[in-house]
Write a protein that binds this ligand. Sequence first.
Ligand SMILES: *Cc1c(COP(=O)(O)O)cnc(C)c1O
Length: 384
Amino acid sequence: MNNQNQYALKTMVHDKIWLSSPHMGGSEETYVQEAFDTNWVAPLGPNVDNFEKTIAEYVNESVYVAALSSGTAAIHLALQLLGVGPGDEVICQSFTFSASANPILYLGATPVFVDSEKDTWNLSPDLLEKAILDRMANGKKPKAIVAVHLYGMPYKIDYISRIAENYGIPIVEDSAEALGSAFKNRKCGSFGDIGIFSFNGNKIITTSGGGALLAKNEEIKKKAVFLATQARDDAPHYQHSSVGYNYRMSNILAGIGRGQMEVLDDRVAARRANFEFYKEHLGHLVTIAFLEEPEGFFCNRWLTCVLTPSFTYREKLRLALLDENIESRPLWKPMHLQPIFTQYPNYSDGTSENLFERGLCLPSGSNLSKDDLKRTVAIILKNR
Ligand SMILES: *Cc1c(COP(=O)(O)O)cnc(C)c1O
């Protein structure tokens, strides 16, 4: 039997349950239609302006938002705006998706990877300070820190911010997975010197592909937009005195974003309800552990992640789910273990390696039905 037939057979048995799939709210098409009707089919227009305004209002701090083509583009511009260039060192959380680190290489800089702590799975304050001191002793002060709210769980913001301030190093707050998360009632995206969001297809809301940069003043936002639109000088002809990029968001996609912003709070509530469902039905198992919110932390529960006792058990579970046409996924493989990044300095104590070996992301979409969740839980209980 060829693969296609096998797949057809399986889907006949059970519908596929995805890890995290797009979930439209309803008014997206209205805004996209508006763009067509007014012929704003361009990387600028009313949807882009409105989407930016809505994000700024949602984050509810004085942020200036630039809608871009991706979260990766936003990190790239953020690092460049903070002055990162060839030969510089940039500290980056090792336990993350590669898009947090790749832009460091785009700029000819060197990533320095730092491991996580166990309470939030994000940047360890102790190892961060150790890395900063060590790099400074080597004669190079890091130019920036890329800190990540992985799976929507905020990093230890007060500790990390204090260390960054003490040494005068700016933070790029990678909130790609944390739109809707908060720390002490303040929304993620507003804590770093520059924050970023992603609207990729698997994120909590999506524009199919897209991102945003959140600046602390209008001048930085303007610089971001300038660089994102080919760095055109103020002249009647096309003149350029710096290297630019084509990173602006399309007005069509911003229309999808406008519709998605209207349902963002519902999406957060649905993902948090998924987490609660899993915890309620699996929390008693000794083989399954959940990541709890520390006091003051609010996680959007983008993905519900569980820790199992071992790599072998995690794989057994993943394959048992796959066999029932249910998608699950190991936690992110740390950057310091990735073939493209092994040559760079890293400060690790085994925490993220251990999480990677034992951790599994369960189906977490806001569009999952109770039956989908029950099916998933049943397989895990059967393989306990
Ligand atoms: C998705 C993601 C990005 C990149 O966003 P894109 O929009 O896909 O370019 C960056 N960092 C993290 C942690 C992500 O999960």
